[in-house]
Structure formats: structure tokens, C-alpha cells
Design a protein around this ligand. Sequence first.
Ligand SMILES: [Zn+2]
Length: 83
Amino acid sequence: MTGTLGTLISEHYSVTAYCNGCGHRAEIDLEAMARIYGDAAAVRGSADRGPARIGGRALVCGKCRARNTALRISPGGLPSGRL
Ligand SMILES: [Zn+2]
């Protein structure tokens, strides 16, 4: 899916980033991201089409520094799982 940080926050989505290199995962703090990139920053999640991007920058894994990451975007109020 594609949205903006503002949309994801207002609709209470949660976004989790996964590293394809080492398996590390982390929930993304959308409000912190919005303070950095702005509410209008585009968010695209993809499991198999290359690095996920927020605000035009590839996420970097905090554990192994790989840029091979994917985002999972989950609707708020639902258990995170497959979309
Ligand atoms: Zn990693």
C-alpha cells in the first residue's frame, strides 16, 4: 500500500520494519517520523520490491546496517499479521 505518514497516524495504522538481512524487526514510531519528514511524506511498504522507503530515504537496519528492509503496515486495532 501507499499512503502518507499523516494518513497512517490519523487512521491508527502500525508500521513494522523487517530486515531481510538479519531478521531484526522494529515498530516504527510514526509520530517521530512525521516530526522528521512531515505528515505528507510518502510511505510505501513492500516485501519483495526492494528497500522500503519513508520520505525518500531507505531505512537502515539498526542491527546490521543493511538497507535490505521491508515494511509491514497493519490497520490499527487489529492484531498484526498478514495483510
Ligand atoms: Zn539487519
